[in-house]
Design a protein around this ligand. Sequence first.
Ligand code: NI
Length: 169
Amino acid sequence: MSVLNIRKYPEKILMKKARSVDTIDDDLQQLIDSMVETMHAAPGVGLAAPQVGVPKRLAVIDTAVGDSESELLVIINPVIIQKEGDIEFEEGCLSIPEYTTKIHRAERVLVSALDREGRPVELHGEGLLSIALQHEIDHLDGILILDRTSPIKREFFKKRFRKSRKLSK
Ligand code: NI
């Protein structure tokens, strides 16, 4: 187990669609453990494999951020099969430090996935868990919160980002 390096915007891996997991072996279990440790160390409520440089459809979510083991979720090859309602929340992302933006998402989702042992599971998410599930599944499709915000806010962020990079060079 180790804390992994979190990839940051604008690294290309964050914009790519990840591949399905086809083998659940010891290497994957180690990756999952390290992702959980990295998420808790950050701290964050979710982390997707592409954020640690692994282009696989795998994410970990913990809306209790380590306070309660029962909240920890590992989702492999997740698919949203139902969406309902609307919720707006100020979201951040470990790959875009010091940035938050309000995003509308479904208030409730039903997700089918495999758990870390490879067993099929169905997960009902509501509120913060629904947001986290949609946010992490977006990562597996190369979609960032920047892509979910308004075009004006996105341009504003990109301008500010380019400017700050120039200043730090
Ligand atoms: Ni994120």
